[in-house]
Design a protein around this ligand. Structure first.
Ligand code: NAD
Length: 295
């Protein structure tokens, strides 16, 4: 039996994939409606994280905050059956190290395994999964993680995968913010946004933002890519903290963080992170949207 805790934008499609691959699942989320939806793909519902850890040998979690991750790790530590706990959440290396210590005290091997690839990657089994923790626990969980994407072992040192994830997400935060800024500039100057995206993607300025996020969620004005602004800001702040702890200058990250903090203030934590462009659009008085002229 496999446990899954946290059935949100990422956790729900991941649990769904595991069930589709034939895994027997026991799941928990405080939102009763998503536990009921998971029953539709055959998952057993549990009433708490502890109850999941009483029934499953390997427990996975995908949680929205450091607090939720710590609370779940503490509950899982008391589980009767669990041997390996895999936290797929992004919490930063310091929090991951604390969770590893909590779980180790209860005799449970902890892997921090943050993921990249978004909701689409979760649905299609195409996630990059960065893993750190005991190698033997990785070997135990590897086949399971391969059903979700590509597990890459980073280091045995707890939290190393979190550092890698923050590096990845600062790049994603930067390219989305930079793409938003140049798109607004081009549109203000009279360029067609559809043509701009086509040229960026054919040339050297293309990024994941221009290839995927803008065509899917900005140009059609749906702003439904599936990652909340509040979570993006969490990751940017965690990156700033870790860089500061290392005593490093961070000129790019500081500039990018300023725009993300404005997005949080103006669009709210629940807004989709593609809403970052709206902050720049409002200041410029333009919209990066539908095709404006025929070609
Ligand atoms: P989400 O807010 O959509 O889902 C989180 C789920 O956890 C919710 O269903 C919530 O009810 C549940 N939850 C909250 N507190 C809980 C608790 N104490 N016990 C059990 N369940 C609890 O978040 P998400 O977008 O799915 O992201 C989850 C994690 O994955 C975050 O750490 C995020 O940074 C990371 N992540 C997200 C994406 C993405 O594209 N959405 C991509 C990569 C990584």
């Amino acid at each position: 039996m496999i446990g899954f805790i946290g059935l949100g934008n990422m956790g729900f499609p991941m649990a769904n994939r595991l069930a589709a691959a034939g895994r027997e699942l026991v799941v928990y989320d405080p939102r009763v409606e998503v536990v009921q939806q998971a029953a539709a793909f055959g998952a057993h519902g549990a009433s708490s994280s502890r109850a999941v850890a009483d029934r499953a040998e390997i427990v996975l979690a995908s949680l929205p905050s450091l607090q939720a991750s710590a609370a779940v790790a503490a509950e899982v530590t008391n589980g009767a059956k669990v041997a390996v706990f895999v936290d797929l959440s992004t919490v930063g290396s310091a929090a991951a190290q604390r969770n590893h210590a909590t779980l180790a005290a209860g005799g449970i091997a902890a892997l921090d395994a943050p993921v990249s690839g978004g909701v689409g990657g979760a649905q299609q089994g195409g996630l990059a999964i960065m893993v750190s923790g005991p190698r033997a626990a990785f070997d135990t969980a590897k086949a399971l993680l391969e059903e979700l994407g590509r597990p890459i072992f980073v280091d045995e040192k707890p939290g190393a995968a979190q550092t890698m994830k923050l590096v990845n997400n600062l790049m994603a935060a930067t390219t989305l913010a930079a793409t938003a800024e140049v798109m607004v500039m081009g549109v203000k100057a009279g360029l067609d946004p559809q043509v701009m995206i086509e040229v960026l993607n054919a040339g050297s300025g293309g990024t994941h933002a221009s290839r995927d996020k803008f065509p899917k969620a900005v140009l059609p004005r749906t702003f439904d890519y599936g990652f909340a602004t509040g979570l993006m800001v969490k990751d940017v702040r965690l990156y700033l903290d870790e860089a500061q702890t290392l005593g490093l200058p961070r000129p790019i990250a500081d500039a990018v963080a300023g725009l993300w903090e404005s997005t949080l203030r103006e669009q709210g934590p629940e807004s989709d992170f593609t809403s970052v462009v709206k902050v720049l659009e409002e200041a410029a008085g333009v919209t990066v949207g539908a095709i404006r002229r025929s070609r």
